[in-house]
Design a protein around this ligand. Structure first.
Ligand code: FHN
Length: 574
């Protein structure tokens, strides 16, 4: 290897084009149908740095610390970290038990990330935790055994295209130890293929092989890798990020929880703070309620949720992450029927107060914002209700239900039964029939996203960015406004009257926006804008009677070329 060689690959090259193409996982899909919640673990040499190198902190995803976007560490220097890596606090049983207590059904852990270091005993490369560190144990053997003991599944993450320390790996050194040019084929044949054979044949039954970021890997290699998984682990799923559409299911973008239902088998991957791997400063933890909200949103949209923890270099899990996971897990233990093997919400999007999952002729209304008035408003349900019960663990009480103007109204007690998420179980007389139109809630502020708008004279587009490095944010926004351009939604109103309208947008300088009710009021106002999405008040608008309205937004004046609309909000004036 050339001394001091640095990795050249950035995040865009590494993702490749085929990151999220779904394949056909029809016969292996049971894992996702039953176990729609999993633990992801990013753990490697990078964990020992925790994003601090020679006293300087780098902000961004920790497993990328050696990349030019963060500390830009030469390959030979980085590889020397192995000599000091000694995760004496690693306790496989504790981690497996944590995942179980959290209500997670399997663990996927990094066997090799882009850094190229094998966190298991690999014969294909000496750069592994048994041969190159004072630790000398194979933690993957221990974790596989612990998962089996506590009764959850076990699987591996494997970075098949990027390898930043092996000659020829994507982003890796261009020459070998003798200074001869190295090709991707060299890396693939000497390291990637043999390692995938190792992880799929030496760790017992594997639930899933989570290939990541295919980059420019040729299709024939992915075909061969998938074939190895099929032969060694016929029941294991292969992640959508294998590339070339050869995975079993769709993996959405990092940290992406969709707003609308998504068909087919898919997963969202997210992390308990901002970084996948441990970063010493990253204390922005998801609360137990955040976790339940995100999990229920994924299940409600028809998918699965895999939530990451980044153990420290010594192998211990940050206590705040563990606490949030345990607390949310206690809730799941009381309401397993709401989470596991459930179907997507027939509303196809979240509702102002919460979300819905469905199972065996029942709807589970999960309430994140308890309505103070004692009424919970559900728009669009056309099916007769047999019973409605407010759950409190194993106990339940019947609650009165009424209907008005096509809305179903549940009468709730003043006190919510659960601190985190309360649940109403609704039993239906026949399969659920729902009009998924947005309803403007009479009590709880309603946010309707631009992605659901019908757009004319403007463009609707997905936009992604990072605030630090690697922790992706995503919006679907409306921009490119032309004169007369509109984003329009249909929405049902139950309570007539004045509503406060706000818009969430980004842009530059002051912008004038117009809001119109078709056949009704027009309002407009000017507000400043921010580089990031911020919610700005527009004013009041009147819905004169109950019924369906068409509401539209236009950008009228200012630096219109920068105006990027994310959502519209309505809150009843009380
Ligand atoms: O580059 C990796 C990143 O480090 C992390 O592993 C995530 C997890 O989904 N996958 C890649 C970026 O999408």
């Amino acid at each position: 290897m050339v001394e001091g060689e640095k990795i050249e690959e950035g995040m865009d090259e590494l993702w490749g084009e085929a990151v999220v193409k779904p394949g056909d996982g029809s016969d292996r899909g049971q894992l996702f149908r039953d176990g729609n919640y999993a633990m992801f673990i990013h753990w490697g040499l990078y964990s020992s740095l925790g994003n601090k190198v020679e006293g300087k902190t780098y902000y961004g995803i920790g497993e990328w610390i050696m990349n030019r976007n963060l500390a830009d560490i030469p390959v030979d220097e980085y590889m020397e970290l192995a000599g000091e890596f000694n995760p004496v606090a690693f306790d496989a049983m504790e981690i497996a038990q944590l995942a179980r207590d959290a209500g997670m059904k399997y663990i996927i852990i990094t066997s090799k990330h882009h850094e190229g270091f094998a966190m298991y005993h690999s014969r294909a490369s000496q750069f592994n935790i048994v041969d190159a560190t004072p630790f000398k144990r194979d933690p993957m053997k221990e974790l596989a055994a612990a998962c089996s003991e506590v009764g959850i599944g076990f699987g591996f993450y494997y970075s098949h295209s990027a390898d930043w320390t092996f000659p020829g790996g994507n982003g890796g050194p261009k020459t070998d130890a003798e200074g001869k040019p190295a090709t991707f084929q060299d890396y693939y044949e000497k390291k990637c293929l043999p390692q995938v054979k190792e992880i799929t044949s030496e760790y017992g039954p594997i639930t899933l092989v989570w290939f990541d970021t295919p980059g420019s890997i040729p299709k024939e290699y992915v075909e061969e890798l998938v074939q190895v998984v099929r032969e060694n682990q016929p029941d294991a799923l292969v992640s959508g990020r294998a590339g070339h559409g050869l995975g079993d299911y769709l993996t959405l973008g990092d940290m992406e929880v969709p707003h609308g239902n998504v068909d087919g088998m898919w997963e969202s991957v997210d992390t308990t703070n901002d970084s996948w791997a441990y970063a010493w400063y990253d204390e922005y933890w998801k609360t137990p309620k955040d976790i339940l909200h995100l999990l229920i949103s994924c299940i409600g949209r028809g998918g699965t949720y895999m939530l990451n923890v980044g153990p420290r270099g010594d192998g211990s899990i940050p206590e705040r992450a563990a606490r949030s996971l345990r607390k949310s897990g206690e809730w799941i233990e009381r309401y397993p029927q709401v989470i596991y093997a459930t179907d997507a919400s027939p509303w196809q999007h979240a509702l102002p107060w919460g979300d819905v999952t469905a199972k065996d002729g029942k709807l589970f209304l999960c309430i994140f914002d308890w309505p103070e008035s004692g009424n919970l408003y559900l728009p669009g349900l056309k099916t007769e209700i047999k019973s409605a019960r407010l759950l409190k663990g194993d106990t339940a009480r019947d609650i009165p239900v009424g209907t008005r103007e096509g809305w179903t109204i549940f009468e709730l007690p003043a006190q919510k039964p659960e601190k985190l998420v309360s649940v109403i179980e609704v039993e239906l007389a026949t399969p659920a029939e729902v009009d998924p139109v947005w309803g403007i809630d009479p009590e709880i502020a309603t946010e309707i996203f631009a992605e659901f708008a019908e757009v004319t004279g403007a463009e609707k587009e997905e936009k992604k960015w990072m605030e630090k490095f690697g922790e992706w944010k995503k919006v679907v926004h409306v921009h490119g406004w032309q004169e007369g351009g509109k984003a329009a939604w249909e929405a049902d109103v139950l309570e007539p009257g004045d509503y406060i309208v706000e818009l969430t947008y980004a842009g530059e300088g002051r912008l004038v926006w117009g809001v119109d009710i078709e056949g009704g009021e027009h309002m407009e106002n000017q507000q400043n804008s921010s580089h990031n999405y911020q919610r700005f008040p527009m004013g009041w608008i009147n819905f004169p009677e109950p019924g369906r309205y068409r509401v539209s937004v236009s950008c009228l004046e200012g630096n219109i070329g920068t105006a990027s609309l994310k959502s519209i909000h309505f809150a009843a004036v009380v």
